[in-house]
Design a protein around this ligand. Structure first.
Ligand SMILES: Nc1nc2c(c(=O)[nH]1)N[C@H]1C(S)=C(S)[C@@H](COP(=O)(O)OP(=O)(O)OC[C@H]3O[C@@H](n4cnc5c(=O)[nH]c(N)nc54)[C@H](O)[C@@H]3O)O[C@H]1N2
Ligand SMILES: Nc1nc2c(c(=O)[nH]1)N[C@H]1C(S)=C(S)[C@@H](COP(=O)(O)OP(=O)(O)OC[C@H]3O[C@@H](n4cnc5c(=O)[nH]c(N)nc54)[C@H](O)[C@@H]3O)O[C@H]1N2
Ligand code: SF4
Ligand SMILES: [Mo]
Length: 699
């Protein structure tokens, strides 16, 4: 007998913050326990492939360190000392603190703070309903998307692009500033198919030799924050050598002649001096792009995490508009499809009870906001109470020393709803245990593809864990917040949201598990017009319009943003004091700070490491494996140096978000990164740090 056939399987979707949103098959060993997790084979994007960290999800969901009971703090803030309490007490204490803050300082002194630890629409965004019903302060979610989306929007006018499955029809796939082998493995599945079936070439542009670049036919290594220069050098060649598609340019773009004139001085030599790639490589890469009609640009987030990231994104996105690659099946670009879903979030977010004019604060500047920086408080009251769901700011937010200082405030009340004792959980006054995705119902969308997927409850929750929705509705009761959404079940909310968004109802998802809502070819390729009112691709960026995400309008030094694609020099350039440029790229088996608690991920990633060019090691008198201290203007972090040839001299790479306490002094990698708001709409400039590095004194 085949034992396998006896194992029940449930269909689900990966809830984590990853563009792949993989359709999953989950082995259900009994009503409480899962076995292996596999990719769903009949989903045309997932195609049976998922990453190793989620394949081993049993390790995370059944982890002995999961939070199971509500607790209140019994030691100093950040100590992680807690004692168990009942749910009623936890919710009462939290509600009381929120009501007190509101009575003493007004409703805006309460700041619900969340991000994308789960991408489920009900569980992630339901906190907005509480905010709106209570007129609490708003949060502007900048860290991930503000830089890249504003750059993409500046050109295309809409956050959408070509069906990723079309890569199978491409002759050249350019993975620009993304590392899908680590961060969205399915992209590699579709690239492999194109390589096998039609001999497609893979090009990769990155600042170090990632596992994606290792597989590439064309490898373009550049200095961090110089993609705009490389893109301009390429476009210069395209115009110079007759690869610009003038019929396309005239019909679909705004100022092609001005762009050509502007680029006349942006020669490959000019670009090379800035980005560090050699002239011959820039010429050859440009020629290949120019000669390959079906060139698919898979544009990542990573290269936009610099102070000039929006401008760089705009420059890169302009390349297929010069060649007209958008005209062809298998050609064009995809950064994210998230703008294509057009959800009606009235019910989920309680938009119908939102009062206008409330303060909205920048997620990335949580440290500054908690420390009372007037720029962040915007004339409003200090932040006195917070509810935190699905995010770990004490690890992931930039300028960590400030974040720690802010959360250490004795007069700040913090309720954290979490699955693990994260760095943020340790600073909680009240700590609530959260369910995981297989323990509740939700729906999800793919940022890197075009499916809406259902993730139903498949196993029983352990201990006293509760869902985000349950916590929100229980708090709402105690806070006097009214909205019909608080009275509804997640399934009712899902069904109504699907219907009011003109999508198939929950019945259909129950039957089919997912629906593909890919726009038609003309829309996806912008052949019936780009997203701007004039329907054209904009080489001449309107950065004010591009700051569409920012509720407070343009941010940062936006007046300096270049109108046309260019090298926008506002990065933290190296200098005598800080001679290196550090990027903090994602590790394969951590997902931001998630999974850094699972033993197999910890084992695979080894220890906190910085990749250093061997010549830099020699110059600093360091050896492979030495413990080093790295410092920026914001703080210092300890890691181990590893000799790595696959990057330009002067570039340092620290992969992953290790737990803060795996670094000496508990200073995580974001101690080095900055929270100043880049133009035009803010965002996390995580890969844009000038630093010094020296050998650790033994102590
Ligand atoms: N395993 C794993 N998967 C993840 C994540 C994770 O942390 N780990 N994070 C998830 C999240 S939240 C997101 S938003 C996505 C992001 O996924 P991606 O779009 O892949 O973006 P990043 O992973 O941030 O960065 C990708 C690459 O950009 C490179 N890079 C950094 N600076 C520059 C630059 O100036 N120029 C160029 N050309 N390249 C540069 C980095 O070295 C890195 O290799 O991945 C998701 N998936
Ligand atoms: N240095 C550096 N820092 C970075 C980045 C980088 O590349 N380098 N990347 C940035 C990016 S792109 C992003 S998106 C952010 C991500 O930052 P975060 O959104 O904070 O992501 P995670 O670190 O994955 O933390 C998510 C937390 O949510 C919890 N969680 C998951 N599901 C649920 C749930 O259903 N309910 C509740 N209550 N909790 C849940 C998890 O246990 C986890 O602790 O990090 C940013 N920080
Ligand atoms: S690749 Fe991304 S979406 Fe797919 S299982 Fe892994 S983390 Fe989840
Ligand atoms: Mo992200």
């Amino acid at each position: 007998m085949n034992i396998q056939t006896n194992i029940k399987t449930g269909i689900s979707v990966c809830p984590h913050d990853c563009p792949s949103a993989c359709a999953l098959e989950v082995e259900l060993l009994d009503e409480n326990t899962i076995g292996r997790v596999r990719g769903a084979k009949d989903n045309t994007y997932t195609k049976g492939v998922i990453c190793e960290k989620v394949a081993r999800y049993a390790e995370r969901i059944h982890h002995p360190d999961r939070l199971l009971y509500p607790m209140k703090r019994s030691g100093p803030k950040g100590s992680g000392q807690f004692e168990r309490i009942s749910w009623d007490e936890a919710l009462d204490v939290t509600a009381k603190a929120f009501l007190k803050a509101e009575a003493d300082h007004g409703s805006e002194s309460v700041w619900p703070y969340y991000y994308a630890g789960t991408m489920g629409l009900v569980m992630r965004d339901g906190i907005e309903r509480l905010r709106h019903a209570k007129s609490y302060s708003g949060m502007y979610g900048t860290v991930c998307i503000a830089l890249s989306w504003s750059g993409y929007y500046a050109g295309a006018g809409r956050i959408g692009g070509v069906d990723p499955r079309e890569m199978q029809k491409s002759d050249l796939i350019v993975v620009w500033g993304g590392n899908p082998v680590n961060t969205q493995v399915n992209v590699m599945t579709h690239i492999s198919m194109a390589r096998k079936t039609r001999g497609a070439k893979l090009a990769c542009v990155d600042i170090y030799e990632t596992d994606t670049m290792k597989q590439a036919d064309i490898k373009v290594l550049i200095k961090p924050g110089t993609d705009g220069a490389l893109a301009c050098g390429i476009m210069h060649v395209l115009f110079r050598d007759g690869h610009a598609n003038w019929d396309y340019l005239n019909q679909y773009t705004d100022h092609p002649k001005e762009l050509e004139a502007h680029l006349s001085t942006r020669t490959p030599e000019w670009a090379s001096a800035i980005c560090g790639a050699c002239v011959a490589d820039i010429e050859a890469f440009a020629k290949l792009i120019g000669q390959t009609l079906k060139t698919f640009f898979r544009i990542g987030y990573g290269f936009a995490r610099s102070r000039n990231g929006a401008a760089n994104m705009h420059a890169v996105t302009s390349i297929p508009a010069v060649t007209g690659a958008w005209l062809h099946e298998g050609g064009g670009a995809l950064h994210s499809n998230s703008g294509s879903y057009k959800w009606n979030k009235t019910l989920i977010e309680g938009k119908d009870v939102a009062k206008g004019g409330l303060r909205v604060m920048d997620q990335a500047r949580v440290g500054e906001a908690l420390l009372g920086n007037p720029h962040d408080l915007q004339g409003g009251p200090p932040v006195k109470a917070m509810l935190i769901q699905n995010t770990n700011p004490l690890s992931i937010a930039p300028d960590q020393n400030k974040v720690k200082q802010g959360f250490a405030r004795e007069d700040l009340f913090v309720c954290v709803h979490e699955q693990f004792m994260t760095e943020t959980a340790k600073y909680a006054d009240v700590l609530l245990p959260a369910t995981m995705f297989l323990e509740h119902d939700d729906i999800y969308q793919g940022g890197g593809h075009s499916h809406i997927l259902l993730g139903p409850e498949l196993v029983k929750r352990p201990g006293e864990c509760r869902t985000n929705h349950e916590v929100i509705r229980e708090l709402a009761k105690r806070l006097g917040a009214e909205h019909r959404g608080f009275e509804m079940s997640p399934r009712e909310i899902i069904d109504e949201t699907l219907k009011s968004s003109n999508r198939p109802s929950l019945d259909v998802l129950d039957q089919e598990n997912w629906v593909d809502v890919m726009p038609d070819f003309e829309t996806a390729h912008f052949l019936n017009g780009f997203g701007h009112p004039d329907g054209k691709y904009h080489f001449k960026a309107d950065w004010k319009a591009a700051a569409f995400l920012s509720p407070t309008g343009q941010l940062g030094p936006y007046a300096d943003l270049p109108e046309f694609p260019d090298h926008y020099a506002t990065i933290e350039s190296a200098n005598d004091e800080y001679p290196f440029r550090l990027a903090t790229s994602p590790a394969r088996t951590f997902l931001n700070s998630t999974f850094n608690e699972t033993p197999s991920s910890r084992k695979r990633e080894g220890r906190p490491t910085v990749l250093v060019h061997p010549d830099d090691l020699v110059q600093l008198g360091l050896s492979d494996g030495d413990k080093v201290r790295i410092g920026s203007a914001r703080g210092q972090v300890t890691l181990h140096a590893k000799s790595h040839t696959g990057q330009l001299q002067g570039t340092l790479i620290a992969e992953g978000l290790w737990p803060n306490d795996s670094h000496e002094d508990g200073c995580g990698i974001n101690t080095l990164t900055g929270a100043d708001q880049p133009a035009p709409a803010g965002g996390g400039a995580y890969h844009d740090n000038r630093v010094w590095m020296r050998k650790m004194n033994p102590r």
